[in-house]
Design a protein around this ligand. Structure first.
Ligand SMILES: Nc1nc2c([nH]c(=O)n2[C@@H]2O[C@H](COP(=O)(O)OP(=O)(O)OP(=O)(O)O)[C@@H](O)[C@H]2O)c(=O)[nH]1
Length: 329
């Protein structure tokens, strides 16, 4: 979201995904709507309506102070989901809140629960959830790093060695993208990659080949720009992502029902020296208001994660940088 005042036509809501780190991993907070509100008893992300003249961020800070008694220190803009209830159409402006001051207090008598948020398992252990929130949990389960394969350059053996190392270090989502590899080699690499990734609880997206995803039991497809332009329906696979460069492509990805998108190139890249790139400000304008998580791609390193969150990204996607040389053991 931008920090501009918001349109009064639909009910604008600021909602917080509070994230805390524990010994068992990251957790997020759900709150139960108090008895005197519509949808009483349903579980939701803390937050509330944006008041006239407020930005979503200002409303977020006010709501968390009023509802939970905390002072927000760090809030990253995340996805924006519109949902029509019988009583109103709401636009939920989500922020991931990672730092705050003060202890949580239920100022409106509401119950709280902290839920685990390990990769691909941000499920709610409470019910009922507000109906708008199910896709939000799915989005929340996406890990912060999306790695793109580089096997043609590294060679298959070396790529698989580095993949195993990355998986051991926590990589949970990767795309096999080997445009110049002969089909039979790609197939055999895909089989080995999927087996290795699944043994570590990680997901594998295949670039462009929907049939191969189904045949080999990969987790999803990363649609090419051409597929994104031509498909009329979201392919029936577990995860579907799109590669985007413009606002039009992002809209198309949302309309098609993609689960997430790549937006590139953010910075100059080794593979396309001198080619135009978005820069972080344009990235932020394009990502603002998107209903699906966006990974920033192009010229980035792991150190750019926080910068990407500040500009509305869910996380970063890395190609060469995802496969550092590391140890040879
Ligand atoms: N806070 C919050 N609201 C949500 C979520 N999901 C969702 O659909 N909503 C909807 O967004 C709207 C938020 O309104 P609210 O009643 O919480 O707002 P508020 O705190 O300003 O309440 P008030 O108008 O009673 O003062 C409701 O229609 C609610 O159903 C969510 O995760 N968190």
């Amino acid at each position: 979201m931008t920090d501009q005042p918001l349109s009064p036509k639909i009910v604008e809501v600021a909602a917080a995904v509070l994230v805390r780190n524990t010994a068992a991993g990251e957790e997020f907070l759900l709150a139960q709507r108090p008895a005197d509100k519509i949808w009483a008893g349903f579980w939701e992300f803390p937050g509330g309506k944006v008041e006239s003249g407020e930005t979503a961020r200002v409303a977020l800070v006010r709501e968390l102070r009023e509802e939970l008694g905390i002072a927000v220190q760090t809030a990253f803009p995340w996805i924006v989901r519109q949902f029509t209830y019988p009583h109103a159409t709401v636009r939920l402006n989500f922020f991931r809140v990672t730092a705050w001051q003060g202890e949580l207090h239920p100022h409106e008598g509401q119950q709280f629960v902290w839920q685990p948020i390990s990769a691909f398992s941000a499920v709610a252990h409470v019910s009922p959830l507000l109906p708008a929130n199910a896709p939000v949990l799915r989005a929340l389960s996406l890990p912060p790093l999306y790695a793109i394969s580089n096997a043609s350059e590294l060679g298959e053996c070396e790529f698989l060695r580095r993949l195993e190392q990355a998986l051991d270090q926590g990589l949970r989502l990767l795309q096999l993208r080997e445009k110049s590899m002969p089909q039979d080699e790609l197939r055999s690499l895909a089989i080995r990659t999927i087996a290795l990734a699944h043994a570590h609880g990680a997901k594998v997206m295949l670039n462009g080949d929907i049939e191969l995803v189904r045949e080999l039991g990969a987790d999803g497809v990363q649609l090419t720009g051409t597929q994104l332009a031509q498909l009329n329906e979201r392919p029936d696979v577990e995860w579907c992502a799109a590669s985007c460069h413009t606002a039009e492509e992002l809209r198309r990805a949302e309309v098609l029902g993609c689960d997430f998108a790549l937006l590139s190139p953010v910075l100059p890249t080794l593979s396309h020296p001198g080619a135009p790139h978005l820069g972080w400000d344009s990235f932020a304008s394009l990502a603002a208001g998107c209903s699906i998580p966006i990974y920033a791609l192009g010229g980035l390193t792991l150190k750019d994660s926080e910068t990407s969150w500040q500009h509305g990204a869910h996380g970063i996607a890395l190609l060469r940088q995802a496969w550092p040389e590391g140890s040879s053991n």
